[in-house]
Design a protein around this ligand. Structure first.
Ligand SMILES: [Zn+2]
Length: 329
């Protein structure tokens, strides 16, 4: 049995395994530029951000119908459940789908179908977070928020992802103000490749409640003080950091120092089909590489529930925390 945990930084498009990509390609008569799952799996061994993004966007072509998004999310939830996930806040990128002619309603309704069955089938409570692609315009983000209007009852919050450098959070001030006015929660990727200044902007300009990654916050002691003071959660993704070369080897990851500095850090899988593991695998990898003890792992699991958007259901949060406390390694 795995340590119970929440996953708070997970892109559903990044859970597309080669086998499912081929299955959906066949169903939708999409021709992939790979002849076998083995060949495709080898393509997953990319070595930089651009080759990852090229493959990532190319494979999305197989996602066309509500059924496809349902299938994708259900496959993730099954894997997550097998690794101890009890609560998942799932990112999706509507612009990556609308840009190739798939309606946002198809995406949200398909994902929602899998999420609606999740508690019963997988024992995982869920929420959806709609991300804007930061390398597209602020106007495109605003249009996306508008297009999501009929589906807002399905969406808990907004986020910001994709290529970070050159696209500071402040570019999206207006759309975050509009999202807040609609009652949506706010998170953003910041400080993955971008500088600590981007994390300050995410906090002060966008008003985010959680920072996704925040890896580079340790470069700025004033920022660390602020994040500790306000108990701002950081959703770290250690395996992703290694695969995308934000750090050289997992042994160099600052996770332990961040915990010791009093930061509210969580461990997540980001794009698990591409980065070498789901969240249970990630816990295992950091335990081995960083020599974390059982109490540190338990604290990371507690943090994941503390940082979850469960304010509307504190009883549930307390129940999950009790599961963590009762867990026997
Ligand atoms: Zn991410």
């Amino acid at each position: 049995m795995h340590l119970p945990k929440a996953e708070l930084h997970l892109h559903i498009e990044g859970t597309l395994e080669p086998e499912l990509a081929f299955e959906l390609a066949a169903r939708n008569a999409v021709v992939l530029p790979y002849s076998t799952t083995e060949e495709l799996r080898r393509a997953y061994l990319f070595d930089d951000l651009q080759s990852f993004l090229d493959l990532y966007y190319a494979l999305m072509a197989v996602l066309r119908t509500e059924d496809d998004f349902d299938r994708l999310a259900d496959a993730y939830l099954a894997r997550a459940a097998a690794q101890g996930v009890r609560h998942a806040e799932i990112f999706f990128d509507p612009q990556a789908h609308t840009a190739r002619g798939v309606d946002i309603g198809t995406v949200v309704e398909g994902l929602a179908r899998a999420l609606d069955r999740s508690e019963e089938r997988h024992g995982i409570s869920t929420q959806l977070i709609m991300c804007f692609l930061r390398d597209r315009s602020a106007e495109s983000a605003l249009a996306t928020l508008e297009a999501a209007g009929p589906y807002l009852h399905r969406i808990a919050g907004v986020g910001l992802d994709s290529a970070e450098v050159g696209h500071p959070p402040s570019k999206f001030r207006e759309v975050y103000e509009a999202a807040a006015a609609l009652g949506l929660r706010k998170v953003a990727h910041a400080g993955e490749e971008g500088p600590p200044a981007y994390i300050w902007e995410a906090l002060d300009v966008l008003g985010v409640e959680r920072v996704d990654h925040g890896l580079r916050s340790m470069e700025d002691p004033e920022l660390v003080k602020r994040l500790v003071r306000d108990r701002v959660p950081l959703t770290l993704c250690p395996l992703s950091n290694v695969r995308l070369r934000a750090i050289d080897v997992l042994e160099d990851h600052p996770l332990r120092q961040m915990m010791e500095a009093g930061l509210l850090v969580t461990v997540n899988s980001d794009d698990p089909a591409y980065f070498g593991g789901y969240v249970g695998d990630t816990f295992h990898a950091v335990r081995e590489a960083l020599g974390l003890g059982q109490e540190q792992l338990r604290e990371l699991a507690r943090n994941s529930f503390r940082a979850a958007f469960l304010d509307h259901d504190e009883e549930r949060r307390a129940a999950y925390l009790a599961e963590v406390d009762a867990y026997v390694f």
